[in-house]
Design a protein around this ligand. Structure first.
Ligand code: UD1
Length: 364
């Protein structure tokens, strides 16, 4: 799409079905590398990143098939979510090349399952990224702790498990990382013995992945808390798992309604996945009501109040809603302060909002 033209001035009213979460679908798809059997994922959103990951997994030998075209179960899916079967019966290549990994950072995560199942992997470093440097040191540290030998050579992370199998250990993340938690949880599921991950990410997508791994036969406790214990098993089987609703999409629409006024039902949305963000939206003056069908967001008449926000790992206010919230705050009656603590370069929208007439000062 080259251009989106918006004629402003209307309140938003109606029902929006919330899609499956991209950030949950990607690690679940990658988990299919852990087993020769079929992993069926329901409520997979129809997005460019999903198509790109299908290509990347295909390069390793993963076959896929799509069941039907639409998925209306639970009201979720925007009419575009699908059920997709992934089968990694034969892994034909343990290398993830730069041309593919550089297109989507999360594809680096294949390193975990490839190493755990085949004892080796060669995965390109993801390369530059618009929201900061985003290093992979935690992945390397953590996998080394599980017994992997790792070299970084010509832009590739080349790794082998000693005796072709990882072994469990205790790893304390020096910093909370969603991706590194996903990877170490997948890797430890097939390692010999017990792994304890401390200071693990608590994001709902980590819980969704743990549920998937458990359905595949993994032994995992504590996902969703900062200590996750994984008792390694010899092999994993197929399973059928549903992708959780997208909390970022939910929060984005909630903020849109808070901005324009109106009355919208976010169908299939789960308040527990973004309570901190919903509390903030309520503080700005919108009315948030969880219902059996999802979340209803309303704002009638009253102005928008300024609220200060700091991004944090889950259960705090998510960095992925920071830009949208700044949009909302440009319309507030008064001053607000927004602090980004997760990514060092995630204020590129400031200049663009300023061009539209917003009064924003960047400090630090
Ligand atoms: C995931 C989400 C992304 C979200 C982010 C934080 C997906 C596909 N993406 O990204 O939308 O914004 O979580 O909620 O799920 N870090 C290191 N070393 C590492 C790994 C990470 O220093 O080895 C740093 C990062 O640079 C960043 C912080 O840790 O400053 C958090 O990053 P992380 O949680 O890993 O983000 P992603 O998993 O890449």
């Amino acid at each position: 799409m080259d251009r989106i033209r918006i004629v402003g001035g209307n309140a938003l009213n109606g029902t929006i079905p919330i899609s499956g979460a991209k950030n949950a679908a990607l690690p679940l798809m990658i988990a299919s590398l852990l087993t020769p059997q079929t992993l069926t994922l329901e409520n997979v959103p129809h997005l460019a990143d999903v198509e790109q990951l299908i290509r990347i997994l295909g390069n390793h030998g993963v076959d896929y098939s799509v069941n039907g075209k639409r998925d209306h179960q639970n009201g979720g899916g925007n009419g575009y979510s699908r059920t997709i079967n992934f089968t990694a019966e034969n892994i034909v290549d343990t290398t993830a090349p730069y041309e593919l990994v550089s297109k989507m950072r999360a594809s680096f995560w294949v390193i975990g399952p490839l190493l755990a199942r085949l004892g080796e992997a060669k995965v390109s470093l993801p390369g530059g990224c618009a929201i900061g440097t985003r290093p992979v040191d935690l992945f390397i540290d953590g996998l080394q702790k599980l017994g992997a030998d790792i070299d970084v050579d010509n832009g590739y992370v080349v790794t082998r498990a000693r005796n072709r199998r990882l072994r469990g250990d205790r790893y304390v993340f020096p910093k909370v990382s969603v991706g590194a938690t996903h990877v170490l949880m997948m890797a430890a599921s097939l390692a010999r013995g017990e792994t304890v991950l401390e200071n693990a990410a608590r994001e709902p997508e980590v819980v969704n992945l743990a549920e998937c791994l458990v359905a595949m036969g993994a032994r995992i406790h504590g996902a969703g808390t900062s200590t996750v214990t994984i008792e390694g098993v010899d092999e994993l089987s197929g399973a059928k798992v549903r992708v959780i609703p997208d909390r970022i999409e939910t929060g984005t629409y909630a903020m849109a309604v808070a901005m324009t006024g109106g009355d919208v039902l976010l169908e299939g949305a789960r308040p527990d996945l973004l309570q901190a963000a919903l509390d903030v939206v309520a503080e700005t003056g919108a009315e948030i009501t969880p219902t059996n069908a999802g979340i209803r967001v309303r704002r009638n008449g009253a102005g928008i109040s300024p609220v200060d926000v700091t991004t944090e790992p889950f259960p705090g206010f998510p960095t992925d809603l920071q830009a949208q919230f700044m949009g909302l705050m440009t319309m507030a009656k008064g001053k607000s302060r927004i602090t980004e603590t997760i990514f060092e370069n995630r204020f590129m929208h400031v200049q663009e909002l300023a061009r539209l007439g917003a009064h924003i000062t960047l400090s630090g």
